[in-house]
Structures are given as C-alpha cells and as structure tokens.
Design a protein. Structure first.
Ligand code: ADP
Length: 457
C-alpha cells in the first residue's frame, strides 16, 4: 500500500514539476513568437516607409490602381504632373486615354500601352501596365508619367534649325547656280564684258555669304558642344582700349550712310578676362547692326564704363528701333524682324544669337532697350577681372575650380598675386588672414585712377 502511495505521490510531484516546466516553456515560446511577429511588423513598416520615400523622391509620376480599379498609391510627381487624378481607373482612362488611343490599346487586351498627353502646355509621356496579382481574378494597373516637354522642344528646335539652314544655304546657291548656268549657256558669248563682270561679282558675293553662313554655323555648333572653350585664349584685357580701337577701325563703314560714330569712356574701367577675338566679334557685331539698321546721317554712340564690379559697353543708335514683341525674339537663331530688309543687308538672323552665346561664355549678360523709329541700345556687361578672381578664390577654397578658361586665367593670376604677397597658394587650407589680404588687394585692383575720354567725334 505504501508503495502505491509512494508511486502516486511521486507521479503527482513529477506531473506538477512537468506542468511547471511546460508552462515556462510555453511562456517562453509565446514570448519568442510575439517578438518575431513584432520584428516582422517593424521590418514591414520599415520597407513600406522606404518604398514611400523612394516613390515620393523620384521624378517619375507613379499611380497604382488595384484590381477593383481604385486608386491605391499615387506619388508627389504624379500630382505635380496631373492636376486632377480620378479615384477610379476607368475614369482615369476616360480623362487621359481617350484622344491619344491609350484606352483603346488597353481595351484591346494589351498588357502595356503608352501615349503622349498635353496637359496645361506640358507634354507628358504616359505608360500604363496591366499586372495580375497572385490569387486575383482581375488586373491591377500601374501608370507611369514623365514630363518630356524639354525633349519635345529640343526636337522641334533641331528640326526648325535644319530646315532654316537648308533654306539659307539654298538661297545663295540658287543665285550662284542660275547665274553660272546662264553664263555657261549663252552669257559669255553674248553679254558685254561689264555685264559678265557684274554677273561674276554676284556669284562671288553670294559665295561669300555662304562662306559667312557656314562659319557662323560652325561657331554655333562649337558653342553648343562647348568645344569652343578649348580654343579660347583668355587673358586680362584692357577693355576700354580695345573698344576704342574697334570703334576707330569701324569708322570707315559708317561713311556710306554718313553716320557719326563716337566712343565715350565714362568712368574708370578695370580689366576683364576675355578672349580677344571673341570680344572683338561681340562688339563688331553690335556696331555692324547699329550701322545696318541705323538711319542715313544718323548717330551711333558707344559708351564704355564700370558699374558695381561689372564692366559694360553700350552701343546706341537712332535708327529704326525694334518693337517690344520683336525684342523678345531677336536673340533667337535665324530670327529677323524684317526679312527683306535684313537679307538686303546680308543678315541671316544669326548675329545676335552668336553674340548672346559668346557673352554668356564670358559669364556676361546682354540686354536691349529700344523704341520703334527712335533707335536701339544694346548693353553688354562682363564681370571685372577682380570680381572673377574673387569668385574663383571662393570656388578654389570651397568646391574647386569650374574648369572654364576664365577660371583658369583667374587662378593663374591669383597664384601670381599670392606669390607676390608671400602667401602660399594652398587654397583649401588658406588662413582667414591670407584670404583677407588677397581680397583687399583685389578690391584695390578695381579702384584704378579714373579716366574719362572720348574719341571719333
Ligand atoms: P541679322 O544678321 O539679320 O542682322 P541679327 O541676329 O544680328 O541678325 O539681328 C536680328 C534682328 O534684330 C535683325 O533682323 C534686325 O531686324 C534686328 N536688329 C538687330 N540689331 C538692330 C538694331 N541696332 N536696330 C534695329 N534692329 C536691329
């Protein structure tokens, strides 16, 4: 009996112990499972957060319509591109896919369809993908949107440019061809020597026009590719002296129209960094226009001066002037206000486009102020050499040089200046004291002795 009681008692004790152990183990397992679930949840929330962050930061518009055709996801870029985003996919197709054929492509069963949308003056590329999720009986749809306005504009400009070039080349070529044909066929035998000379001169003039056009096109293409930067020879130039020399050189061209041309240096003019040939081209172009579009017995005044760190040249005429509407376009390639008048003057509408690009290459600006029948005033401003050296010094200390020929020339002169002042030209670690010494010296460079001179009157 005792044995039975002992066995029972030990059984009870063992059971109680086992129950305790199991209870603890179950508790432990449950805690472990709860922890795993919490970690999974955390990871899912993190992934969702990351996906949202990526979607909101990309510039591709994304919309997701679920298998019930309801808008489930839309990112910032999509809202910026489309003013109104319907909640329902079918409404979305009605609104954005009807005219461009996107809706019919999807209704015909295509799993991917694309089209171009015109929205508020912008061009948007829209692509829609139909996707089938696991265990779903209907398709969900992902719409992607990208702004392609700039690409379309560039493509249009490229086509216009090619057609303008062909047209401009064809005009003198037609003259050359017809004059030479008639000379070969019968002109040499039948025309008088003076008439033959006139025809050959016409052929010669038009071939010069073609040559000029090709030179201009070549220059524009090297400006587009920025390959001109390599051939620039930038140095600190005596701006006022150069402009005076150009005005003197061009006095002869004013004689045919009896135009009076004068040059006024109205303040002290510090040097500028520029390529001599290109600076010459800019000013010659503006003065040639002032002569071409100036009136008979008119007046051209060229002013050179210095204003708040900028050096300027202003070419003022009292010719036909330019309307406000035309002023918005004259710097565009091939734009001519009066086609026949411009052609008659040998103009091809490229001069001011080239001038503007050359000015910008020298980190300058160009502006026009004009009144119809009263005359025009073109002003070009360039940073003074000291200003350029100052901005280059900051670049060298903080981000490194921008690699332009102007910055290279300014860096060379900064190194020389530092050497003269006994400063070690280690720009990234330049002390505050050395920086202030250099800046003070640059400030002095802008304060040359004032000179006020006039020529050509
Ligand atoms: P173009 O070679 O035809 O002269 P530009 O690019 O130099 O071409 O000038 C564009 C147009 O701007 C010209 O067709 C002309 O009508 C107008 N324009 C330029 N300069 C002047 C000026 N000083 N006065 C009046 N019109 C001007």
């Amino acid at each position: 009996m005792d044995i039975v009681i002992a066995v029972l008692a030990s059984f009870v004790v063992v059971s109680i112990l086992a129950w305790f152990l199991c209870k603890n183990e179950i508790k432990h397992l449950r805690r472990q499972m709860e922890q795993e679930v919490a970690e999974k949840n955390q990871s899912l929330t993190r992934q969702e957060g990351q996906a949202k962050m990526i979607l909101s930061s990309i510039d591709l518009g994304v919309l997701y319509y679920d298998h019930k055709d309801q808008l489930a996801i839309s990112n910032n870029a999509a809202h910026e591109l489309l003013t109104d985003i319907p909640q329902d996919f079918l409404q979305f197709l009605d609104r954005y896919g009807e005219e461009n054929g996107l809706r019919s492509q999807l209704f015909l069963g295509k799993s991917a369809a694309d089209a171009i949308l015109r929205e508020g003056g912008n061009m948007i590329y829209l692509k829609v993908l139909a996707v089938r999720e696991q265990q779903s009986t209907a398709d969900s749809h992902i719409a992607m949107l990208r702004d392609v306005t700039r690409q379309f504009g560039e493509e249009r400009q490229r086509k216009e440019f090619v057609s303008n070039v062909s047209h401009e080349l064809r005009t003198p070529l037609t003259t050359i061809k017809s004059y030479s044909e008639s000379l070969i066929d019968w002109g040499i035998a039948e025309k008088s020597p003076s008439q033959i000379k006139k025809d050959v001169s016409k052929i010669y003039d038009d071939s010069i026009l073609m040559e000029k056009l090709i030179d201009d096109l070549y220059l524009l293409s090297s400006l587009d590719e920025n390959s001109i930067n390599r051939s620039l020879h930038v140095e600190a130039l005596d701006f006022a002296r150069l402009i005076k020399l150009i005005v003197e050189r061009m006095q002869d061209q004013t004689k045919a129209k009896k135009i009076r041309m004068s040059c006024h240096v109205v303040s002290q003019v510090p040097p500028v960094y520029a390529d001599r040939t290109q600076l010459d081209r800019i000013v010659v172009n503006l003065i040639s226009n002032a002569i071409k579009y100036g009136r008979e017995m008119g007046e051209i005044q060229v002013y050179v001066g210095f204003l708040r760190d900028e050096v300027y040249v202003k070419v003022k005429d009292n010719g036909c002037g330019i309307s406000e509407e035309d002023q918005k376009h004259i710097f565009e390639r091939f734009y001519r206000v009066d086609d026949s008048r411009s052609r008659h003057n040998g103009g091809r509408g490229l001069g001011l486009a080239i001038v503007r690009e050359l000015v910008e290459l020298h980190q300058g600006t160009i502006s026009v102020s004009s009144t119809l029948t009263r005359g025009s005033e073109f002003t070009v401003m360039f940073p003074s050499a000291a200003k350029m050296m100052r901005s280059t010094l900051f670049d060298l200390m903080h981000n490194g040089s921008d690699g332009s020929r102007l910055a290279e020339a300014a860096t060379r002169d900064l190194e020389e200046l530092a050497h003269r002042l006994g400063i070690v030209a280690k720009w990234a670690s330049l002390s505050e004291e050395d920086k202030h010494t250099l800046l003070a010296k640059l400030e002095q460079m802008n304060k040359l002795k004032a000179t006020t001179t006039s020529t050509g009157e």
